[in-house]
Write a protein that binds this ligand. Structure first.
Ligand SMILES: Nc1nc2c(c(=O)[nH]1)N[C@H]1C(S)=C(S)[C@@H](COP(=O)(O)O)O[C@H]1N2
Ligand SMILES: [Mo]
Length: 319
């Protein structure tokens, strides 16, 4: 086998690295791996294969209270069709997303809490009640999927954060690194990605912080190592790759609210009777099938969440 022998530190690893070059690097490392296996080279190639330190935690016990009638979307379909604007506006960003370093990963908690702190993702995993749940996911673009999420109830996390009585919202923020995420170099969005929930929403039994998918640590394109799943809301509320939780009195301005306030709001609850300004929300395309099925109020979770919005009819709850 012929490989060009360039030392690792001479490889272009900068932000400007186009995908083609990056792929070459992967191929080169794979080549070195093969040589390492044959015993010729050792140290260098092994670095590429650092195991996820949380791998041993999976698969997690499934919480049977959260199951659904629809089949799970095949992993091959789901992990190749993603929204993750940090890596581009297309659906095929899965390959680029592999660039995001998932360790070390620190999560900061600040704002209106007893004591602000930061915690490493593996310490957090050790402290939280981990389980698997099957959830529906409905994107505002009118496609849907069904996915086995692993993680922990957001309520357990909020309790650990000890918010003050004055806190009304929790604001969440995605990592910011223009070198790693080419999408973050586009000036027409206000990076980093920000989302928010009321404390009542964040402590609703359905709000789930995700660390795993399909019985394994979450793949980078799903928002590893920590993303949100709020299945009664349009998918853009389920922020990926979270690095900060800030408890506040004021409602946070979210990424999509800032980008398109006439199309995307803070609440973003699923409702088939309230169309997006440019398309109907009455039905959805089911990923991995030829089916179109009717969309349901609160994405089928009205029983769990409708009470959160009692008396709020004046608000724009469904955009
Ligand atoms: N940080 C960040 N989080 C994000 C997004 C994003 O672009 N960046 N896209 C959102 C949208 S629109 C959807 S539909 C879901 C997609 O999740 P999936 O790729 O796991 O299906 O992630 C949401 N979370
Ligand atoms: Mo979405």
């Amino acid at each position: 086998m012929l490989i060009r022998h360039r030392p690792r530190w001479a490889l272009p690893a900068s932000a400007a690295t186009p995908e083609a070059v990056w792929l070459d690097r992967r191929r080169l490392m794979a080549g070195l791996g093969a040589i390492a296996a044959s015993g010729v080279v050792t140290a260098c190639a092994a670095e590429e294969e650092v195991a996820d330190p949380s791998a041993g935690l999976y698969p997690l016990p499934r919480n049977e209270a959260y199951t659904i009638e629809r089949p799970v979307t095949p992993e091959e379909v789901n992990s190749r069709y993603n929204n993750y604007y940090e890596f581009g506006s297309g659906k095929d960003i899965w390959r680029l997303a592999q660039r995001l370093p998932l360790r070390p990963w620190e999560v900061a908690v600040d704002g209106l809490v007893e004591t602000p702190f930061t915690i490493g993702i593996d310490d957090l995993l050790a402290r939280m009640p981990l389980e698997e749940r099957l959830y529906r996911h409905r994107c505002v673009e009118a496609w849907s999927m069904t996915i086995p999420w692993g993680g922990f109830p957001m309520r357990a996390f909020v309790e650990m954060c000890k918010p003050l009585g004055s806190a009304k919202y929790v604001r969440m923020e995605t990592f910011m690194d223009r070198k790693v995420a080419p999408g973050q170099r586009t000036p027409w969005y206000d990076w980093p990605y920000v989302e928010g929930l009321t404390i009542a929403e964040a402590t609703n039994e359905l709000a789930f912080l995700v660390t795993g998918t399909y019985g394994k640590p979450a793949a980078p394109q799903f928002g590893a190592p920590l993303r949100l799943a709020v299945p009664w809301k349009y998918g853009f509320k389920s922020i990926k790759a979270i690095v900060r939780f800030t408890f506040t009195e004021e409602r946070p301005k979210t990424f999509w609210e800032k980008s398109g306030p006439t199309e995307y709001g803070f609440w973003a609850n699923v409702n088939p009777d309230v169309p997006h300004p440019r398309w109907s929300q009455a039905s959805e395309r089911v990923l991995g099938t030829d089916e179109r099925i009717p969309t349901r109020l609160f994405n089928g979770y009205a029983e769990e969440v409708a009470g959160l919005y009692a008396g709020m009819e004046g608000e724009r709850l469904f955009m």
